[in-house]
Every structure is written in structure tokens, then in C-alpha cells.
Design a protein around this ligand. Structure first.
Ligand code: FES
Length: 148
């Protein structure tokens, strides 16, 4: 048994402690907002927060989340989340949308620690996220809009 806290709720799971957190979220808890992209930590689609820090859940054993707060896109709430959501809409960020939940998780963590990030700050924080539609400039715009 593995006990983890996801979006404020304690969950007890009958899973292998080595199972990647991504698959626990998607297959065991049916939280499909967190996406599978590459599976090797290279694209950022699977990003969630562990105690507020963005991590790639595809390669992270669920045992690493024990004793920590896991936040997924479904549980991202509060002022920053609301502002990001509005900015994502106003800036027409999403094209296919597949990578966007991971992008938003990292953007939220960036703004939480750096409320007025520069272009360089945004590029550094978001650089590990791949978007095959090429929405990078719109993501940057939306982060600036959120930070205003
Ligand atoms: Fe985890 Fe690509 S699916 S980084």
C-alpha cells in the first residue's frame, strides 16, 4: 500500500511503490489532465507539483511522493491559477492543447516564486517544455499578462 496526498486528499493505493506517479494519477486515480508525452522526462507534458515544485511525473516513482503534497492541473486553484486560466484564454495560447496542462503547472510555479518574471526568466523556467504546435510566444505572452 502507498499513501499519498493528491490535491489535498489522502489516497491509499494498492500499487507498486516503483510505479511512476503519472500512471498512478492517470490509471489509478483517473486524473487524466496530466499527460503522457515522451515518458523519459524530456517533454514536460506530465508536469505536476510536489510541494509546489514542478516535477515530471513520468519517471518519478510514486514512493517519492509519500509525505508530500501532489498537485495536478485538476487541483491547481487560487489567484494565480485563475489569472493563468484567463490569460491562456485571452492570449489564445492552446492549439492542440496536449502539452498545455504541463506548461501551466510550470508557469504557475514560476509566478508563485517570481511574480514579475522577465523574458529570460520565463525562457529559463519553460525551456524544458516541448509544444509541437509552437505556442511558445503565446505562452510567454500569457505569463506576462498573468504577472501584470
Ligand atoms: Fe514526462 Fe514527457 S511525459 S517529460
Amino acid at each position: 500500500m502507498v499513501k499519498i496526498k493528491v490535491n489535498g486528499e489522502e489516497r491509499t493505493l494498492d500499487v507498486d511503490p516503483a510505479m511512476p506517479l503519472l500512471w498512478v494519477l492517470r490509471d489509478e486515480l483517473v486524473m487524466t489532465g496530466t499527460k503522457f508525452g515522451c515518458g523519459v522526462g524530456a517533454c514536460g507534458a506530465c508536469t505536476v507539483h510536489l510541494d509546489g515544485v514542478p516535477v515530471r511525473s513520468c519517471g518519478l516513482p510514486v514512493s517519492s511522493a509519500v509525505g508530500k503534497n501532489v498537485t495536478t492541473i485538476e487541483g491547481l486553484v487560487g489567484k494565480i491559477a485563475k489569472s493563468l486560466q484567463a490569460a491562456w484564454v485571452s492570449e489564445n495560447v492552446a492549439q492542440c492543447g496536449y502539452c498545455q496542462s504541463g506548461q501551466i503547472m510550470t508557469a504557475a510555479a514560476l509566478i508563485a516564486t517570481n511574480p514579475t518574471p522577465s523574458d529570460k526568466d520565463i525562457e529559463a523556467a519553460m525551456s524544458g517544455h516541448i509544444c509541437r504546435c509552437g505556442t511558445y510566444q503565446r505562452i510567454k505572452n500569457a505569463i506576462h499578462v498573468t504577472a501584470r
